[in-house]
Each structure stands twice: as structure tokens, then as C-alpha cells.
Design a protein around this ligand. Structure first.
Ligand code: PLP
Length: 394
């Protein structure tokens, strides 16, 4: 075998969601697209907002010199300035354009951040269940990820996080609203977390960064607001993107924002800009940068996702499941009546329902249901969910 042994191992590890996707294609070929209930991918199914389409058409038709050429690695200053303006008005802290770096999505942002801050063997602590790719992103930068469990309701367990903080800890990585649980961390738990980090930083004589992965920040329900970390912890770095809030996952556009008073701000910025280049991203896509600069505040119809969440939660409760209603994002992390989530997902698959076993997110005994799908898919799948539940409980 000519590929690296490490990647060979990773292929195996990363295969769960991909396998579901491939099985789904097979099923769709066999039974027809409309007869397969595919909840496996977090691929937004709502169209981007109208303003996006209009601005894109304008940008494409305008005669802008150097429209498609290279640019500064951090992105267009005008785009960065617009993002900084938004951040300033949302958080009441003065962000400058230089505190924002445009990236190839939140995934690109996280890779750039880890490459910039991690020395070999440095540790990043993250609560689980979590987004599958975190392990790979930290490994890409030569660091080590440490997983810590959340509480039963998926809220942060600060005591457990605290026990894992050592001299090697470089950062804590959190994601709220969360993939896969839909949990939004409340203000008091975040305050507790940042107080603990301040104390630990002082004891250890080092800065511990708080990295907040926020691609779902705008997707919240019932008037919930995602609390800001910038207001309570100066060593905060945010990774975000328009993949979900504008349904632009394929366009690869996002950003890094750093707190203007973060320790060593100039060196950190220089590192982030260099790493955007070194990792081969070079810069975020030019057209997308121009478009998003023109549509601040635009977002997809969140009410449509709320309707889907309610349809799914009500339907599953009706057929006997105990459901913890997600507060944001478009995922439901559903407890299975067996710890063998693979077997449960396979049983659902026999009913043409595709979900992802919880172990892909470091937590067995659950399945993840991505409900960014047509309402009809949800409605038509409920009976199958009920049959599988009965298969395991009667
Ligand atoms: N972080 C989380 C928690 C995600 O769920 C995703 C994508 O699903 C990403 C990051 C990557 O998003 P992007 O498409 O912006 O790279």
C-alpha cells in the first residue's frame, strides 16, 4: 500500500458517514429518490436568500478590475471591514477589519487556527459528542485532541473539563449551537467555563485560547440567543461560515474573528494569514467575498427549520421516542433503546431511513438525524422510526 499508514487508518475511522451516504445512493437507485428518507448529511436544503442571488448576479455582471485575481491572503479589506462592522454592532466591542480573516468555510478556519497556535503534542480539549472532523483538524496541525463528556442534557461539564486542563492545554474548542446535539450552551455555563480558564491560565502562567466554532450561530429557535464569548473572554477566537446561515456549503466561504484584545494580537494575526496561505487555501473565494460583503444580516428562513424540527420531534414522540428538543442547528441526537447504535441505524436503513450512528460523534447509544430535508421526508419516515423502535423494545 503506497499511502501513509496513518491516513490508511483514518480512512477506516472516517468511513461511517461516507458509508451511509454511499448506501443511500444505492437505495435511491433501487427505490427512487422519493422513497429513501436520507437524514445522513448536514447539507442545508433551503435555498440561499433572494438577496444572495441578486447580489451574485450583480457582482458577476459588473466590470470590476481584477475581479478574479489573487488578493491579500486575509481577503478583501472591504469584506473584512463589513464583517468587522457586523461583529462590532452585535457584540459592542470595536472590531477592525484586521481582526477578521476570510477563510474557506469554518473547516478552513479551524485548520488555519490550529496550524497557527499548536506546537507538537499541544492539546485541544473538546466536549463530546462533537463534529467528526475535529480529530483530523487537530491532528493536521500536529496537536492532540482530548475528548471530555458533556452532561446528560449535553450541557458543558466544567468540572470534567477543568480536570483535563494541563500545562499542555493550548485551547478549548466548543461548538454551539452544536452538531450533533442542537444544544445551545447557556450564558451561565459559558461564564463558568471562562472563569475556570482565567484561573487556570493564571496558575499555569500561560494563555489558554477559547475557540468557538459557530457556523450555526444564526440557526436558533424560540427566541434563544447564542451568548457571546467575546464579551466575557478576551482570548477568544471564532471560526464561522455562511455554509449554513446562507445555505452556501459548497461555496466554501467563512471567516476567523479574533478578539481585538487577545494576547499577542499582531503575531497571532500574522500567523493566521500565513497559515491561510501555507495550507494552500491562499485566500477565500473571491466572488463569494464580494457577495457576502453586500448582504450583511441576510439569512435563510429559520422558521422553515423550526417547522421541520417540530414535525420531527412531534412525530417521534407520537411513536414512542423520548426526544430532547434541539435548541438550534438542524440536528436531533436521538437516544436509542440499545447501546448498539450501529444495529439501530441498520434497522432504520432496512426501512430506507438513513441516519448516522452516534459513535461517529464519539457517543454511542444515539443516532444523529439531520433534519435539513423536505417536510415530506420527515412525515413519511415517522412510521419506519416507530417500527424500528418496536423491533428493539418489544
Ligand atoms: N463545524 C461544524 C460543527 C460543522 O457541523 C461543520 C459542517 O457541517 C463545519 C464546522 C464545517 O463547516 P464549513 O462548511 O463552513 O467548513
Amino acid at each position: 500500500m503506497s499511502i501513509s499508514r496513518k491516513i490508511e487508518g483514518f480512512i477506516e475511522q472516517a468511513s461511517l458517514i461516507r458509508k451511509m451516504f454511499e448506501d443511500g445512493l444505492e437505495l435511491k437507485k433501487k427505490y427512487g429518490e422519493g422513497n429513501v428518507y436520507d437524514f445522513s448529511l448536514g447539507n442545508p436544503n433551503l435555498p440561499p436568500p433572494r438577496e444572495f442571488q441578486e447580489s451574485l448576479e450583480q457582482v458577476v455582471s459588473e466590470n470590476i478590475p481584477g475581479k478574479h485575481t489573487y488578493m491579500p491572503n486575509a481577503g478583501y479589506p472591504e469584506t473584512r471591514a463589513r464583517v468587522a462592522e457586523n461583529l462590532s454592532s452585535e457584540y459592542g466591542i470595536k472590531f477592525d477589519f484586521e481582526h477578521v480573516i476570510m477563510t474557506c468555510g469554518a473547516g478552513g478556519a479551524l485548520n488555519v487556527i490550529f496550524k497557527t497556535i499548536l506546537d507538537p503534542e499541544d492539546e485541544v480539549i473538546t466536549p463530546i459528542p462533537c463534529f467528526v472532523e475535529y480529530f483530523f483538524y487537530v491532528d493536521n496541525a500536529g496537536g492532540k485532541i482530548k475528548f471530555v463528556p458533556t452532561k446528560d442534557d449535553f450541557s458543558l461539564d466544567i468540572e470534567t473539563i477543568e480536570k483535563e486542563v494541563t500545562a499542555k492545554t493550548k485551547a478549548i474548542l466548543i461548538n454551539s449551537p452544536n452538531n450533533p446535539t442542537g444544544k445551545v450552551y447557556d450564558a451561565s455555563s459559558l461564564r463558568e467555563l471562562t472563569d475556570m480558564l482565567k484561573e487556570k491560565s493564571q496558575k499555569l502562567g500561560k494563555i489558554i485560547y477559547l475557540i468557538s466554532d459557530e457556523p450555526y450561530r444564526e440557526i436558533v429557535y424560540g427566541g434563544i440567543k447564542v451568548p457571546s464569548l467575546f464579551q466575557i473572554y478576551p482570548h477568544t477566537i471564532v471560526a464561522s461560515s455562511y455554509s449554513k446561515s446562507l445555505s452556501l456549503a459548497g461555496e466554501r466561504i467563512g471567516y476567523i474573528a479574533i478578539h481585538p484584545e487577545i494576547a499577542g494580537v499582531q503575531k497571532l494575526l500574522a500567523g493566521l494569514v500565513l497559515c491561510n496561505r501555507m495550507l494552500g487555501f491562499v485566500n477565500a473565494p473571491a466572488l463569494m467575498q464580494r457577495v457576502i460583503a453586500r448582504i450583511p444580516g441576510a439569512k435563510v428562513d429559520i422558521n422553515a427549520y423550526k417547522r421541520k424540527r417540530d414535525l420531527l420531534c412531534d412525530g417521534l414522540s407520537r411513536v414512542g421516542y423520548t426526544v430532547q428538543k434541539p435548541e438550534g442547528a438542524f440536528y436531533l441526537f436521538l437516544k436509542t433503546p440499545t447501546s448498539d447504535d450501529d444495529a439501530f441505524a441498520k434497522s432504520l436503513q432496512r426501512r430506507r431511513i438513513l441516519t448516522v450512528p452516534g459513535r461517529a460523534f464519539m457517543k454511542s447509544g444515539y443516532i444523529r438525524i439531520a433534519y435539513c430535508v423536505p417536510d415530506e421526508t420527515i412525515e413519511r419516515s415517522i412510521e419506519g422510526f416507530g417500527e424500528t423502535l418496536r423491533e428493539f423494545t418489544s
